[in-house]
Design a protein around this ligand. Sequence first.
Ligand code: G4P
Ligand code: NA
Ligand code: NA
Length: 194
Amino acid sequence: MKLLQEKIQAEGIVLSDQVLKVDSFLNHQIDPQLMLAIGKEFVSRFAQDQITKVLTIESSGIAPAIMTAMLLNVPLLFARKQKSLTLQNNVYVEQVHSFTKQVTNEITVSKKFLEEGDKVLIIDDFLAHGEAAFGLAKIVRQAGAEVAGIGIVIEKSFQNGRAKLDDAGFRVESLARIKSLTDGQVRFVEDSAV
Ligand code: G4P
Ligand code: NA
Ligand code: NA
C-alpha cells in the first residue's frame, strides 16, 4: 500500500535494526484518514470472504480494525491483555509471549462474543514474531469459529512471524512489508509496492 509506505518513510523512526517507531500515526497519535484508507484496503482484500467479525488486540490494533469492521458492517471485538474484574469466567484465554518486551501476557476474549460459525478476520498493527496473531487465532479456534485471514498493517518480514503464519496455513495480508531496518533505513519487500 503506497500511501502507507510513504507515511512510514516520512514519519517512521528507525530505533534499531529491529524496531520501527510509528507513534505519529499508529501507536500513539492516530491519523484517522490513513486508518480509513487502511480499512478500505483490508476490505478490498477480504471482500469475498463473508467475514462476520473482526478481531484484534488492545490497544494499537483497534484503530485499523474499527475502520475495517465499519466498512464490512460487522462488529469489532478486541482481546484484552489484563483480566478485567467484570470478565473473569466465561472467557477464552491464551498466553502471548512478547519477544520485544520480554513479558508473557494472558489475553482474554469473552465467550459471549465469538461463536461457532463466525468467520473472523484478525487485524493487528505489527507482525513481528507472530505471537499475538497466533494467540488470537487459537482463541478463534477455541470458539469453534474460523479464521478467514490475518490482516497486518506493518509486517517486519525479516522476523519470523510471517513465515510461521504462512507455514500454519493462514492467509496473511500485510499492507507494508519491511525487508530491513539496517543503517537507519526502512527498506520494503518489493512486491508490497502497490
Ligand atoms: P508478535 O506479537 O508479532 O510476536 O510481536 P512482539 O511480541 O514482538 O510485539 C510486542 C509488542 O510490540 C506489540 O505491541 C507489537 O505491536 C509491538 N511491536 C513489535 N515490533 C514493533 C516495531 O518494530 N515497532 C513498533 N512500533 N511496535 C512493535 P503491544 O505490546 O501489543 O502494544 P500496543 O501497541 O498494541 O498497545
Ligand atoms: Na503494537
Ligand atoms: Na498490536
